[in-house]
Design a protein around this ligand. Structure first.
Ligand SMILES: [Zn+2]
Length: 266
């Protein structure tokens, strides 16, 4: 079992739980009578409360695949993702106890076995952010055979914001920009060395987000290298490390990173 635990702003929030082997045969949707069911792009959404009023969020979800595809040039997934939404923490916990009793509690979950990925989220002040974060993991893992941990989280942190907030209004932005003014650039090699969720700290999520932002919005060569890196993974070609690839493709990567955040403005 691979268990991904995170989160940046709230330790209780989790985030990614991959269960690759132990869940064969689980069919959690069948025993529950769902109040509302919708289809949003690749997501089949089932909720234990009416989804009236959530059309905008569902529309964003339908677009998430397009946004990921456009930013990362990824092939669309060949399978749907099951999204389960709960009216509150109580019904969410009851559902987990019944269907996934062995999984440690997390505020939100992404579960992947051999079948379609499953995302489970309950309503809370972070409801929309949790959904976009977990669904980003689900889409990445539905089309890529693996994703380096730091990049998985960096992309989820980037795409968890509403589309209009992603480029300029992420809460991480100010602290990264402030550090960049002093020439402080987070070590990509250090992020790459963390292969286990227990090693990830709050700053690692922020730093992973920052490298993703740099690659998506910084020099064209950096974005191209990210796209090529993911294409290699998609083709099951050993991709090496992004830090080495960026250093090869983009001389003075760290000073380019600092310059990017110092000068990034609407
Ligand atoms: Zn995550």
């Amino acid at each position: 079992m691979l268990s991904h635990e995170s989160h940046p702003r709230a330790k209780t929030r989790c985030v990614l739980l991959l269960i690759l082997l132990l869940l064969a045969g689980f069919k959690p949707c069948q025993a529950q009578s769902w109040v509302d069911t919708r289809v949003a792009g690749p997501f089949v959404v089932r909720a234990d409360f009416p989804l009236v009023g959530l059309e905008r969020l569902l529309g964003e979800l339908a677009r998430l695949q397009t946004d990921l595809g456009r930013s990362l040039n990824l092939q669309p997934p060949g399978e749907s993702v099951e999204l389960y939404l709960f009216q509150d923490e109580k019904t969410y916990r009851a559902y987990l106890r019944q269907h996934f009793p062995k999984i440690p509690y997390r505020r939100a979950l992404f579960i992947k076995d051999k079948g379609p990925g499953k995302v489970l989220v309950h309503r809370s002040p972070e409801f929309a952010v949790d959904i976009r974060h977990e669904c980003t993991h689900a889409l990445l893992h539905s089309t890529l055979p693996m994703v380096p941990l730091w990049l998985d989280e960096g992309l989820a942190e980037y795409f968890e914001r509403a589309p209009e907030e992603r480029a300029y209004d992420n809460p991480y932005f100010e602290s990264v920009k402030w550090a960049a003014r002093f020439g402080l650039v987070p070590s990509l090699e250090q992020l790459e060395s963390k292969g286990d969720f227990s090693k990830l700290r709050h700053n690692d999520y922020r730093n992973s987000w920052a490298w993703v932002h740099f690659m998506l919005h910084g020099p064209t060569e950096a974005r191209h290298e990210l796209i090529r890196f993911l294409a290699d993974i998609q083709a099951s070609t050993p991709p090496g490390t992004l830090s080495q690839r960026l250093a090869h493709r983009l001389p003075k990567t760290k000073s380019q990173f600092a310059k990017h955040f110092k000068t990034w403005e609407r």
